[in-house]
Design a protein around this ligand. Structure first.
Ligand code: PGA
Length: 252
């Protein structure tokens, strides 16, 4: 059985004081020993403060992005090793906002994953189709490209989680139906089986992301190939995020 993994992507929100308060609020409300892996991804400027606030808790710290070089003249970028230095254990790579607003390509994302893993970080690699791609029946073709152009035998999957996030469901309140999520997750798992092997496919965790809320979390995560959630908006509210974690714990 794959253990469920719920992560909160705080995106470009909050400030140090609010981020610390959110981290403390989560710690106070999450039931000790809940059988779900947990992580939050604050903006860079809040990582240290949130890391301090989460000391001793089961919630792991992650960053929303990193660069693929270890150091040097790359103004404005942050190296994977710098994230480790401030206490990060994870990093998000390939979020759709970075692909579509910041123009990150599959080639860049591959280099980022290699660099992050080499620094000892775990990676959540995000994939997902846009609305026009889904409507044109190209969902699997897009996922195929995002998987095959980025992953492969040169990248060990033991520290990688995939997040399936249909772009049309992110921040829109339009969640994929449990069937739509399951269908995409099963496709991703099949492709991982082809690219790696059956064992890699079986152990890989695939999170769903896109308007996950306390009210839909349990049903989504009860799908056989949905192993958790990557949560944006609802991860900024203690009650909602805790409700999603409870949904994950109750999912069957
Ligand atoms: P959302 O964002 O939950 O606000 O839709 C999800 C994400 O972008 O990771």
């Amino acid at each position: 059985m794959r253990r469920k993994f719920v992560a909160g992507n705080w995106k470009m929100n909050l400030n140090v004081a609010k981020a610390r308060a959110l981290a403390e609020g989560l710690q106070a409300k999450i039931a000790p020993g809940v059988p779900v892996d947990l992580a939050v991804f604050p903006p860079f400027t809040m990582l240290s403060a949130v890391g301090e606030a989460l000391k001793g808790s089961a919630i792991k710290l992650g960053a929303q992005n990193c660069y693929f070089e270890a150091e040097g003249a790359f103004t404005g970028e942050v190296a994977p090793g710098m994230l480790v230095d401030v206490g990060c254990e994870l990093v998000l790579i390939g979020h759709s906002e970075r692909r579509h607003i910041l123009g990150e390509t599959n080639a860049m994302l591959k280099k980022k994953i290699v660099a992050a893993l080499a620094a000892g970080l775990k990676v959540i690699y995000c994939v997902g189709e846009k609305l026009d791609e889904r409507e044109a029946g190209r969902t699997e073709a897009v996922l195929h490209q995002q998987i095959h152009e980025v992953l492969g035998p040169d990248i060990s999957l033991s520290s990688v989680v995939i997040a399936y996030e249909p772009v049309w469901a992110i921040g829109t309140g339009k969640t994929a139906t449990p069937d739509q999520a399951q269908e995409a997750h099963a496709y991703i798992r099949r492709e991982i089986g082809t690219l790696y092997n059956g064992k890699a496919a079986e152990t890989l965790r695939i999170q769903y992301g896109g308007s996950v809320k306390a009210s839909n979390a349990r049903e989504l995560m009860s799908q056989p190939d949905v192993d958790g959630a990557l949560v944006g908006g609802a991860s900024l509210k203690v009650e909602e995020f805790v409700g999603i974690i409870e949904g994950a714990a109750a999912a069957r």
